[in-house]
Design a protein around this ligand. Structure first.
Ligand code: APR
Length: 315
């Protein structure tokens, strides 16, 4: 694989481009945005760090010129607008759905065989929009949320236990937000389940902090995160480029796994050169499955909101 395109050169997009470039695994990264000069400037800045970080990946920035993205192997979509004062949640949903739809259409016209990773929020809905707009099979369109949420869960566990993040493995399913389903039974430190290391109360409070991990950062900075989201998408891209078969949680469209279908929701998958190679199923107990079902219901209601907003704008 030779080429990764990142759409949207804001905080998250630029971080994805930098993280991918630093992995030195593809020939070229193309950063594209509608704001004149933004992609060009950020791409040049990243390229100027190459002699320090020692990567050979070329980083190129363009303004709305999709011909520069032609024949990409992977596309990461981060474009969107933040909520401004006076803008309702519905307004934001409609605007961002239109942005994701139009950038997807422009991109796939140039790269019909690519794999698309969506980061734009609300994630589960925007992944659906990109899937519809691309016409690609669902194993080539999926969302980045679980890798970020799992990283947050692992970071908080490391802080709590004083353990190395290298030894902490975690599993998390469901939507990206309040209804995400961290799975302590499948979370371990050096192979030891955390249920053996921490009290139920401590686990519960770390789970709650993970669920509101995005909000905690917004509270602190007044804007959403970019270092961990950018690194998370780059890790997914690496699993695809290297065909490594890594098992990572991604927002995917299940066909019956965990009793779910017709939506995009976070589940563990095996990632490789063709995208999603397998949705991995593990046994969930009754309460875990119930939490996943609640999360799925929540995502379905977001889809309903999207349909309503799009119908209104067509009417
Ligand atoms: N085509 C290309 N780029 C666009 C378009 C478009 N049609 N519309 C908007 N953009 C660009 C903006 O110009 C901006 O540079 O998308 C970029 C978004 O960047 P930021 O506002 O900095 O947002 P960021 O923090 O990067 O988050 C991007 O990721 O985690 C999610 O919730 C977050 O949905 C948001 C996305």
């Amino acid at each position: 694989m030779n080429k990764v395109t990142v759409i949207g050169a804001g905080n998250v997009g630029a971080t994805v481009a930098e993280c991918v470039a630093r992995k030195d695994m593809v020939k070229e990264v193309v950063l594209i945005d509608i704001k004149e000069g933004l992609s060009e400037g950020k791409a040049l800045d990243i390229a100027e760090s190459a002699p320090i970080h020692l990567f050979d990946t070329q980083v190129k920035g363009v303004t709305n010129d999709y011909s520069a993205t032609a024949n990409s192997d992977i596309c990461v979509i981060t474009s969107g607008v933040p909520r401004r004062p006076g803008m309702s949640r519905d307004d934001l949903l409609g605007i961002n759905a239109n942005i994701v739809r139009s950038v997807t259409e422009s991109f796939v016209a140039e790269s019909p065989n690519a794999i698309i990773i969506v980061i734009s929020n609300p994630l589960d809905v925007m992944t659906y929009v990109a899937h519809q707009a691309s016409g690609f099979p669902s194993h080539r369109v999926f969302g980045m949320a679980g890798v970020l949420d799992t990283a947050r869960f692992r970071a908080f566990l490391s802080m709590e236990l004083g353990a190395s993040v290298k030894d902490i493995q975690a599993l998390l399913m469901g939507g990206h937000g309040d209804t995400m389903v961290p799975l302590p039974r499948y979370t371990s430190v050096g192979g030891i389940p955390i249920t053996e290391l921490l009290s139920e109360d401590r686990i519960e409070s770390i789970v709650e902090r993970t669920k509101s991990g995005g909000g905690e950062i917004v509270q602190l900075m007044g804007t959403s995160a970019w270092y961990a989201p950018g690194a998370a998408a780059a890790e997914m891209a690496e699993a695809i480029v290297k065909d490594s078969g890594r098992v990572l949680p991604c927002a995917v469209c299940p066909s019956g796994e965990y009793g779910l279908s017709d939506l995009f929701i976070g589940l563990p998958v095996r990632l490789g050169r063709s995208g999603i190679e397998q949705i991995v199923t593990v046994d969930l107990n009754e309460s875990e499955q119930a939490l996943l079902d609640v999360s799925a219901e929540h995502i379905r209601s977001n889809f309903e909101d999207l349909r309503r907003v799009l119908n209104q704008s067509e009417a």
